[in-house]
Write a protein that binds this ligand. Sequence first.
Ligand SMILES: [Zn+2]
Length: 417
Amino acid sequence: MILEKYSFGIGDRFCHQGKAQLAAIMKAKEQGLNITPVWNKSNREHTIIGTKPADTRKEALDAVKALHWDGPYYVDADHIGMGNVDRFIESSDFFTLDVADFIGRPADKADVDYFVKKHSKFIGPLAIDGIESTIEITEERISVIADKFLLAVRQAGEIYRHIAEAKGAGSFITEVSMDETDQPQTPVEMLFILAAIADEGIPAQTIAPKFTGRFNKGVDYVGNVSAFAKEFEEDLAVVAFATKEFGLPGDLKLSIHSGSDKFSIYHPIAKALKKFDAGLHVKTAGTTWLEELIGLAMAAPDGLTIAKEVYAKALDRFGELCGPYATVIDIDTAELPTIDQVQAWDGMSFASALRHDQSCEQYNPHLRQLLHVGYKIAAQMGTRFTNALKKHEDIIAQNVAENIYQRHIKPVFMEGP
Ligand SMILES: [Zn+2]
């Protein structure tokens, strides 16, 4: 099973927007751009919403049938670990092995020494195509990297073999993710992580590192864009080098977990992909849920009532909702509108505050982040919420498809530098 050059992770919390999401991918296809859709959903999302991996598979299947999509597509068990992989085995054919928790746990000294010895040919100045200056590799540096990452890669190997045993090797796509940690991985670390992945026999087709800068939920990138661009290009260079050097799958590519929307780095990403003729997997989650709220807000009066209620309850339960996401949100509570202020809004005002259009004066990134992590409120509304999604399907679908096509696919894959 080979993942195509460009693929797009369309996370969908409530499993209602599969068709609208696929419509965005099909619009790109009409323009001559092939993107493989991947429906991703994590165990945490399934647990909070009360869905099962089989629901995501059904959503994908229904969308593919309804829109007569004849291209490839996948269902991604997103950010799974040994503790929860089993419930995903049957319904998924794409597995994102999250081993971030194992980073930094010291590895066995004998394993580290063996790794250093095995890769000692890199000691000295190392030139990699696409990276300007040579990299100085020392025995000490390899040893420090091995000590920090070997255990995480071993863990990925364990999960991979567990899935392969159940499903059969070659019948699913493997992604290794290390993004949910506090420190970014440098390109040099990436080189030896890939060496370890190859040593472990994991046929990884995508790897999701943690990049420089903040990837807050639902809002734009916060950080130094040119530092990101340099790091991203160096990562692409390392991936190309490592693929040949270690015999990793030829389609190995980077995966960016966008935390929904990272518009200001999309342009440097597009430029780098062209420069290296590289593939990419962009994984979004949550951006569609926010478009559902926008669509509901535009569907006054009942849809708007629900959207306002979600906000009021989210504000009320701020600590509970934001706690688990503390490291990936940055909300200034002074910038959040009061419940009374929002009560007075019409649908347009709600939609404009929430929609990720930075050129719009009403856009409020604090409100957007809070609502991003507030999907639990909608989940607890049960069928009242999902019935509203069905009732206002048209206007919601328009927002969902437009968001994915205009604000994500176009800038990353279609607009030239
Ligand atoms: Zn991630």
